[in-house]
Design a protein around this ligand. Sequence first.
Ligand SMILES: Cc1cc2nc3c(=O)[nH]c(=O)nc-3n(C[C@H](O)[C@H](O)[C@H](O)COP(=O)(O)OP(=O)(O)OC[C@H]3O[C@@H](n4cnc5c(N)ncnc54)[C@H](O)[C@@H]3O)c2cc1C
Length: 301
Amino acid sequence: MSALRGELRLNEPMAKHCTWRAGGAAKRFYIPADLDDLSAFMRQTPAADPLHFVGLGSNLLVRDGGIDGTVIATSPALSQIKAISETQRWISAGTPCAQIARKTARDGLLGGGFFAGIPGALGGALAMNAGAFGGETWHMVDYVETIDRQGQIKRRDSEDFNIGYRYAQARFESEEYFFAAVLSFQTNSDAEAVSQATTHIKQLLQQRKDTQPTHLPSCGSVFKNPVGHHAAKLIQDCGLKGLRIGDACVSDKHANFIVNLGKATATEIEALIQHVQARVLADTGIALIPEVRMLGTPLAK
Ligand SMILES: Cc1cc2nc3c(=O)[nH]c(=O)nc-3n(C[C@H](O)[C@H](O)[C@H](O)COP(=O)(O)OP(=O)(O)OC[C@H]3O[C@@H](n4cnc5c(N)ncnc54)[C@H](O)[C@@H]3O)c2cc1C
């Protein structure tokens, strides 16, 4: 058995690791020191012990009863960006998307600016096929590297996944997590074009600040947009803006955001999600599907 060099925390409050700043604790929470350490940890974890990889927790609701298993934090240890050709970058799963946008723009590369709109890490962006400002994560992917329960790294192509609007599901049976991806960018020797692209993204980010409650804890859009509809408009038209359960509140600024006004619990947030779904279904016949991922068990009564 190799000695582990990472940090194992027991009963770690996941509210510290989720942008909603709410939720229960993880029985075990592991921050690997590096890839070798992560591989060793994976090999030593009993196969029956459920594992959950997380990035920056910006699309995650952990129920108040907590997670009976092990959470692996990919940030900050797994956050490297390496140039492997003029246009390709190897990027590990814990790298914040904002850093990908900044670094690739600095290198004179185009196409990665949309990552500035995603407050997560690359692994989460791959799992969610996150997108913003017309860009989408899997459009950039040459291939990904996954890590399995034995700590082995495997190369996988996009054909190995069913990829769509805010999902990327493995077509293979084995339990694997995103470890890294090789992304392709465009080069542009015209420094002016790169600077214009950066300015455009800054303007789009400013627009967001004007239209979204970015000053309050949230997970961004709670629901996917149903085909042909905007979830925010459906919720707003049902008169649900401002509706509260405890400190969980449908934002006045953007109806597809549920914000934490202070001490919201995951139970309150989930109850509000269900209330919004029931009301929109009753009034419009449209079923809203959550974009946010939920983990763990509810509090025992
Ligand atoms: C203010 C705000 C604005 C947002 N705007 C956008 C937007 O414009 N577009 C958009 O798409 N999203 C947006 N989001 C949602 C969120 O940022 C994205 O879904 C992001 O990709 C999640 O990344 P994360 O690292 O935070 O993932 P987490 O929340 O940590 O995890 C999300 C899911 O991915 C899984 N996961 C994480 N890492 C791995 C891994 N290495 N291997 C396998 N599975 C993994 C987790 O288990 C979980 O199921 C927004 C969120 C906020 C708070």
